[in-house]
Design a binder for this molecule. Structure first.
Ligand SMILES: NC(=O)c1ccc[n+]([C@@H]2O[C@H](COP(=O)([O-])OP(=O)(O)OC[C@H]3O[C@@H](n4cnc5c(N)ncnc54)[C@H](O)[C@@H]3O)[C@@H](O)[C@H]2O)c1
Length: 344
């Protein structure tokens, strides 16, 4: 099997995780890292024995790089992705893909124009409970969709927003709905299909930041089912709940745990029990807070799989599947600003 050469652009918290997981995965090789803060690039390049770059122009001239993993602040994803694609590189872009639908679509169009691959990190799709629910829905064991309830009641303290200057800014962070809730919205859309209309309320309730930290969204899907998303980073002291509850005509499942890693409730007609796939993944641990499941190695494995077996289904997220989350978020922000129900 051919080894794919990766470079990591942005050597901060998640870039470090990409480097670590690339290092432990077969048939992928970390050949370069790049950060405008030289000591961050140097630290990773020394640890994983690869080339350090301190600016994108130099990275993009490196002919050995097949894929660039975009791990820079969210508001830079579109510009960085498009520059990589135009330079002939494939891209794995961290979530959120972009902060506007226009940018997300431009990214997909640029990939197509250059005949390059563009995948977006939505690593919760690899969580065993998520895979189980997706399979049961696909096999029509759950019956007809009725409702999906998303609760993301997380904690991000003032230090979180102060430690990195881009966090909490409109231009580079975009808001809690982009930075944290997008993980959950991606899953809701995967389970329930295309949205028809929504109404939302959003506000900045308990942080001194430019963006909203709390919101509620009511959705109707094209198939007639309903959804709700309640999200906040104002839960006290630590993450309290992150859950997706699916109510279908023949099954109810609540996916919960600290990072969507457990089934908290399971009742599906014809099933006395269920079997979860084994996993060695834990939550991304950033010291003062914990994020989503660290499944990045599974994305790298799927990229290898796709290269060798293009027709085999994977959990990779690309094209419309990728930008539908951004479209949903932009529509929810629009509803919150106008106070109106917005039709898709
Ligand atoms: N999938 C997940 O669970 C997950 C988890 C954490 C972060 N993320 C996403 O990853 C992105 C980065 O988040 P983070 O927490 O690692 O942030 P971070 O601030 O820790 O790291 C960002 C890095 O990018 C570097 N950078 C900025 N501009 C650059 C440029 N022009 N060229 C090269 N490097 C540049 C910064 O110096 C910094 O080292 C965000 O979009 C975030 O939403 C995803």
């Amino acid at each position: 099997m051919k080894t794919i050469n990766f470079a990591v652009l942005g050597c901060g918290k998640i870039g470090t995780r990409h480097a670590e997981k690339l290092n432990g995965t077969d048939y992928v090789k970390l050949v370069a890292v790049c950060d405008i803060v030289p000591e961050r690039a140097l630290a990773l390049s020394e640890k994983y024995v690869c080339r350090p770059y301190f600016g994108m122009d130099d990275l993009l001239k490196d002919p050995s790089v097949d894929f660039v993993n975009i791990c820079t602040p969210s508001g830079l994803h579109a510009e960085h992705t498009i520059r990589c694609l135009n330079a002939g590189k494939n891209v794995l872009c961290e979530k959120p893909m972009a902060l506007t639908l226009k940018d997300a679509k431009r990214m997909v169009e640029t990939a197509k124009a250059n005949n390059k691959l563009l995948y977006v990190v939505q690593q919760n799709r690899y969580n065993p409970p998520v895979k189980l629910a997706k399979q049961l829905i696909k096999e029509r064991k759950m019956g007809e969709p009725i409702m999906c309830i998303v609760n993301m009641l997380w904690n991000r303290d003032d230090e979180y927003y102060k430690n990195d200057s881009w966090r909490g800014t409109l231009a580079l962070d975009g808001g809690t709905i982009y930075t944290q809730a997008s993980h959950f919205i991606d899953l809701m859309l995967m389970f329930m299909g295309k949205p028809k209309s929504l109404y939302s309320l959003m506000g900045t309730k308990n942080h001194s930041i430019e963006i909203e930290d709390t919101g509620v969204i009511s959705v109707e899907f094209k198939n007639g089912s309903f959804g709700s998303v309640s999200y906040t980073t104002c839960a006290t002291k630590k993450n309290f709940e992150g859950s997706v509850t699916l109510v279908f005509s023949r099954g109810t499942i609540k996916i919960g745990g600290e990072y969507l890693n457990t089934i908290d409730y399971f009742s599906v007609d014809g099933f006395d029990s269920y079997q979860l796939e084994e996993t060695d993944s834990l939550a991304n641990d950033y010291g003062t807070y914990r994020g989503s499941m660290s499944n990045h190695d599974k994305i790298f494995k799927d990229i290898i799989e796709k290269q060798n077996n293009p027709d085999k289904p994977t959990n990779l997220v690309f094209d419309e599947d990728a930008f539908q989350t951004i479209e949903f978020i932009e529509t929810a922000l629009n509803s919150a600003r106008t106070g109106k129900v917005v039709i898709f």
